[in-house]
Design a protein around this ligand. Structure first.
Ligand code: OAD
Length: 237
């Protein structure tokens, strides 16, 4: 990295943990009695849009009160230092962007975007809405008065083909780091495999090993906010 190289990073909820945003599968991941996996689906939304929106409304409030942490800050530095730097994030919180990171690919969309559930002809495909809290719930499409949905990718939905293509392009790099993700959700979890196949040095930063272990060259165990700051100190020293 001192000599300059093409770096691609994949981040997950663990990178925002130090900003006090609960991860999906860790402690605090449950919301009321619901598991995120059972709320983040089109079927759950169809069944009970108010309940699903209550969960997103709560997450929007938590995120609005959160600040980027040192993990975000180091990645922002790198995004400006390394030509060809790519950051693919599964996080929908927008903290990488708020920290000023360049070249962010939002793999699972953004919690700050909304879409018309009916895809009505008058509405744009998606638009920003930073209202916190949204009220009343569920929010209505201003164009057709039908339901609005969050602009995130739910389980069972496909990744935007252009986003997928850019991310796969990012997997062609010299160093690929997978940081703070459980490596359980595909196709995001396949990016490190693709990078390894193409000859990248693969690095994982996590507080515990994940199923990516079989393709990882270097496992750095610990909190992302500390390990990234350590790497940056060594690069600078
Ligand atoms: P998970 O909640 O599945 O995993 C978070 C990971 O972060 C775990 O492996 C933890 O060990 C690790 N972790 C926790 N604190 C950490 C810290 N301070 N430093 C480093 N690692 C830490 O979250 P994701 O892998 O992001 O998708 O989940 C992937 C997708 O599943 C999400 O994007 C979301 C979710 O359901 C959709 O909504 C489609």
């Amino acid at each position: 990295m001192r000599q300059g190289c093409r770096i691609t990073i994949l981040t997950g909820a663990g990178v925002s943990a130090a900003s006090s945003i609960p991860t999906f599968r860790g402690p605090g991941g449950l919301w009321r009695t619901h598991r995120p996996e059972s709320l983040a689906t089109a079927a759950a939304f169809k069944d009970d849009p108010k309940l699903v929106w209550e969960w997103y409304n709560w997450r929007r409030e938590v995120i609005a009160g959160a600040q980027p942490n040192p993990a975000h800050a180091v990645l922002t530095l790198w995004s400006r230092r390394y030509p060809g730097f790519t950051l693919v994030t599964q996080n929908v919180d927008g903290l990488h962007e708020r920290s000023g990171t360049a070249n962010v690919i939002r793999f699972h969309g953004s919690i700050w975007e909304v879409r018309c559930w009916n895809r009505c002809a008058s509405a744009p495909p998606r638009w920003l809405d930073h209202t916190v809290p949204l009220s009343p719930l569920p929010p209505r499409c201003p164009y057709c008065s039908g339901l609005l949905r969050p602009g995130v990718v739910w389980f069972g939905e496909s990744i935007d083909p252009e986003v997928l293509q850019q991310s796969l392009k990012g997997a062609d790099c010299d160093v690929f780091m997978t940081i703070g993700t459980s490596s359980l959700v595909y196709p995001a979890a396949s990016l490190v495999r693709s990078a390894k196949k193409q000859g990248a040095l693969t690095v994982e930063i996590n507080v515990e090993p994940t199923p990516a272990a079989d393709v990882i060259d270097l496992f750095l165990e610990g909190p992302a906010e500390q390990i990234l700051a350590d790497i940056e100190r060594r690069l600078a020293g």
